[in-house]
Design a protein around this ligand. Structure first.
Ligand SMILES: Nc1ncnc2c1ncn2[C@@H]1O[C@H](COP(=O)(O)OP(=O)(O)OP(=O)(O)O)[C@@H](O)[C@H]1O
Ligand SMILES: [Mg+2]
Length: 387
């Protein structure tokens, strides 16, 4: 089934008013975000031979939403994105834009723009030519192309660089050109595949803010792939956590951080990684044992998760009336700036506590206190039971 969802393409082919109309529609889109689209993935499956790579993904992406697909290497993020862009055949399922199935639509007809990790700029072309290339292919005349590119270049602060070749640009500038090239097409949906991973930490932070600002301004629907949880937490309206080709959890950054559905999500989100204590037995203060046992009778098979930030050196720092504690032995202190990380042993299990930098008292053996309401309790299948 073929559904043209984009009025630019629908009206565009072979029509003499195309350049002006295209320019007008693109401008309206850029300024008001008129053409953002909703996206639906229905039981999306991808197999390479006998290997199942994407195992039935369901995802509803709203108009103008910024969705991040987050997961470890090889979990199927790029494959999902490439199927959405039409660059990869799907094995089964449906991809819809505005609830219309687009499985058989050619990539160019989907009006989806993709920004890759390797920006894939044409080295022999200037910034302006790189950005205008897609418009040229769409049959937009030279004068209109120039005007449209100038407008986007202004948004991305690329105006002084329009005559340069890619090799004369920094990594961050190249990245912006790649985004500009996608933006001039005024897509319904933007796809980003790890667009910042080639940049150094400082530039990555800057570009992250630029992408966020840009999205707030143009409000186009974005699907953004990364394995960097900080990027996911700072950029996303909602995060979909992928693991081995399935979605483990979908939620806002706050939901995913505060209430991870299972141990995998709990450990994947947050720095340092959430401490998970197994086989607690009698080592935990009796109060914790009793409190959890009330909710889950079979206490011994459980594990509990406590974030490093939820440990305190003094019980009086906690405003809770249900305080638990564990006795630990200090192994290592790492100064992180405003905080320090104490790596400790609890029986034979290694845990990390984040405490204020100013706290000088770190004897060899001490108690770590925590609010029992902030403890994440997992069942024998690693699913969250309660918090
Ligand atoms: N053309 C292919 N043929 C066979 N297997 C493939 C092909 N492309 C990808 N794969 C496999 O599919 C799985 C998912 O790959 P994908 O590129 O989607 O991972 P990813 O989540 O994007 O990982 P990364 O973070 O490393 O980019 C991997 O195990 C990969 O080896
Ligand atoms: Mg990838």
């Amino acid at each position: 089934m073929v559904n043209i969802v984009n009025p630019v393409l629908k009206i565009g082919i072979g029509c003499p008013v195309t350049p002006i109309l295209t320019w007008y529609l693109l401008r309206v889109n850029l300024v008001f975000g008129e053409y953002m689209a909703s996206v639906q993935l229905r039981n999306l499956i991808k197999n390479y031979g006998d290997t199942e790579v994407v195992k039935g993904i369901n995802l509803d992406i709203q108009h103008g939403e910024f969705i991040v697909l987050l997961g470890p290497s090889g979990c199927g993020k790029s494959t999902t994105l490439r199927m959405l862009a039409g660059l990869e055949d799907i094995t089964d399922g449906e991809i819809c834009i505005e609830h219309e199935v687009i499985n058989d639509l050619h990539p160019i007809e989907r009006n989806i723009a993709m920004v890759f990790q390797s920006y894939a700029l044409y080295p022999h072309m200037t910034v302006e030519e790189n950005m205008a290339f897609a418009l040229e292919n769409l049959g937009v005349d030279k004068k209109t192309r120039k005007r449209m590119v100038a407008e986007i270049a202004e948004v991305l602060e690329l105006t002084p660089l329009l005559d340069r070749k890619p090799k004369e640009l920094s990594g961050g500038q190249r990245q912006r050109v790649a985004m500009g090239r996608a933006m001039v097409r005024s897509p319904d949906v933007f796809l980003f595949d790890e667009p910042l991973s080639n940049l150094d930490a400082k530039l990555r932070g800057q570009m992250r803010s630029e992408i966020k600002r840009l999205h707030q301004r143009i409000k186009t629907t974005v699907v953004y792939v990364t394995h960097d949880q900080v990027e996911a937490m700072t950029l996303a309206d909602r995060i979909a956590i992928l693991n081995g080709g399935v979605i483990e959890q979908i939620g806002t950054p706050k939901e995913i951080y505060g209430r991870p559905k299972n141990k995998f999500v709990a450990k994947f989100i947050g720095t340092p990684e959430m401490n998970v204590l197994e086989n607690l037995g009698d080592d935990v203060t009796p109060f914790l044992a009793t409190s959890i046992a009330q909710q889950v009778p079979d206490f011994n098979v459980l594990s509990i998760g406590i974030r490093a930030q939820d440990f305190h050196l003094n019980a009086c720092e906690l405003e809770s009336d249900s305080i638990g504690s564990i006795k630990v032995t200090l192994e290592q202190v790492e100064l992180m700036g405003s905080v320090k990380h104490l790596t400790c042993l609890f029986s034979d299990q290694r845990i990390v506590a984040e405490v204020p930098y100013r706290d000088e008292r770190t004897p060899n053996e001490f108690e770590l206190y925590f609010d029992i309401n902030k403890v994440h309790v997992f069942d024998e299948k690693d699913r969250l039971i309660t918090q």
